[in-house]
Design a protein around this ligand. Structure first.
Ligand code: C2E
Ligand code: MG
Ligand code: MG
Length: 454
């Protein structure tokens, strides 16, 4: 039974319901943080456009910001969210004309471009994208990779397939490029590389489970002390002998292992092998020789890393003073409190901390002092430059004296020529590593070299 005024509440019910429906629809179609339409909206748009003639230029540009995960490691979740939001807005401001922007996954944005098709124009577009992102990323030493899929050239209509190819392209752009921004156009050849990646990941999973684990082994590269003129240690370098592809470089498989977190179990195996080698050295009377192990930021921040590592050292009964851990400069720039805690635990046990690839990332000397780093490894690129430039023009000498002021020992990486050695000697560099002394060697050859001398 209706009463006067009822219609008002019915109307307000309807309005409320409509508002709620609109809010729900908005939530279902947008990423709340950035306010951008999400992947399902992009899928719908692609499905709707699938019938368009191939002459109509349609392109997807995927902006892959997966390296942003380190931002939340370094500065925490809130900072990361704020940055992602600002990046979304900066990308949005690039959308002119027909371009549409989607936020398809946490660290991925996709532009749907419909008015350009030639490669030059698309490359220009990617440069504009980098210009917009640079202010956010560069100071943190973070890069971006972009994958470009020209839909009209691929010809496919299935949007699942298109987005899969796009994703792969942006991932591949990151994998084969170490500059701050990389761009790759999709080509069918990429599918082979994807197959390679998943095969290698499969094999690493097997190795971690103990199946065919001899496929993962270590080589040891001597580190030569310029004061005593002797080998003072080795760096352990991981090797993978794939069933399917033969030898695979660590620059390739370590990246896959990091992406899939397989680096944690594989890293434990690597540590075990390296410590076994150290034990062998001690047993054979080479008790002043050290062994350093490369450790990824993901490993060092994985729960219980220091405890597991120290337990292993204890069980194997090796001298922790002879164990080094190499962290890349970018890993070490991580400003999470856990990082300091882990490093302090390791240092308290006597383990040496080395900064790898110094000069390629971002880290401050002040932070090094706080953390009491033992040793700095100058990246090969700075050693290479010694061949071209005069002594005054290189900063390599300044790096050495700065490190010495902080009480750090300096190792030059990738020394290949006498000329480099002479410069380094003159500047007081402590140790060198590189083909001039020796390539990385199998365990028995490394032992031989110690006994024989060079
Ligand atoms: P890195 O730690 O900076 O290792 C030095 C790399 O330079 C090694 O490459 C070594 O073989 C190479 N090298 C040494 N001397 C010379 C030289 O005179 N000339 C040239 N051209 N190269 C030289 P490799 O073994 O391919 O390793 C590459 C990178 O892979 C390593 O760089 C390290 O970042 C990573 N890696 C290797 N093993 C492991 C591991 O067990 N765990 C982790 N997390 N990363 C690893
Ligand atoms: Mg290293
Ligand atoms: Mg290095």
């Amino acid at each position: 039974e209706r009463k006067p005024g009822d219609h008002v509440s019915i109307i307000s019910d309807i309005t409320q319901r409509k508002e709620m429906e609109a809010a729900l629809k908005y939530r279902n179609e947008h990423v709340l943080l950035t306010g951008l339409p999400n992947r399902s909206v992009l899928e719908k748009a692609l499905e709707e456009d699938a019938a368009l003639p191939l002459s109509h230029p349609r392109t997807l540009i995927c902006v892959n910001l997966s390296a942003l995960y380190t931002i939340s490691l370094r500065y925490g979740y809130q900072y990361h969210q704020r940055m992602l939001k600002e990046i979304g807005a900066a990308l949005k401001s690039l959308c002119t004309g027909n371009d549409r922007l989607f936020h398809t996954m946490e660290h991925r944005f996709v532009f749907y471009v419909q008015d350009r098709s030639d490669e030059g124009a698309l490359r220009d577009r990617s440069e504009q994208i980098w210009d917009a992102l640079r202010p956010y990323l560069q100071a943190h030493g973070i890069g971006v990779s972009m994958g470009i899929l020209q839909i009209n050239e691929v010809g496919g209509a299935d949007c699942e397939d298109l987005l899969g190819k796009l994703m792969i392209t942006s991932e591949m752009a990151a994998a084969n490029n170490h500059t701050d921004h990389s761009v790759l156009f999709y080509s069918p050849e990429l599918d082979l590389r994807v197959a390679r990646e998943s095969e290698i990941i499969e094999e690493m999973i097997e190795i971690a489970e103990g199946i065919g684990s001899e496929r993962l082994y270590l080589q040891y590269q001597p580190i030569f002390d310029l004061t005593s003129n002797r080998i003072c240690g080795f760096e352990a370098l991981a090797r993978l002998n794939s069933e399917e592809y033969g030898p695979v470089s660590p620059t390739e498989f370590i990246l896959f292992a990091e992406k899939t977190n397989m680096i944690v179990p594989l890293g434990e195996r690597i540590s075990f092998l390296a410590l076994s080698f150290l034990r062998k050295l001690e047993k054979e009377g080479h008790d002043t020789i050290s062994v350093s192990i490369n450790v990824s930021v993901i490993q060092i921040l994985s729960p219980g890393f220091a405890e597991t590592f120290l337990t292993m050292i204890g069980e194997m009964n090796v001298n922790p003073e002879r164990v080094g851990i190499e962290l890349t400069e970018s890993a070490f720039a991580t400003e999470r409190a856990e990082m300091n805690t882990v490093i302090n635990k390791l240092k308290a046990a006597g383990i040496k901390i080395l900064i790898d690839d110094f000069g390629t990332g971002y880290s401050s000397f002040a932070r090094q002092r706080d953390l009491d780093i033992d040793c700095l490894k100058i990246d090969k690129s700075f050693i290479d430059r010694l061949m071209e430039l005069g002594p005054q023009e290189t900063i390599t000498g300044d790096m050495i004296s700065m490190a010495h002021k902080l009480g750090q020992c300096v190792i030059a990486e990738g020394v290949e020529w006498e000329k480099q050695l002479h410069y380094l000697q003159e500047k007081g560099c402590d140790r060198i590593q590189g083909y001039l002394i020796s390539k990385p060697l199998d365990e028995d050859l490394a032992l031989d070299l110690l006994t024989r001398g060079i």
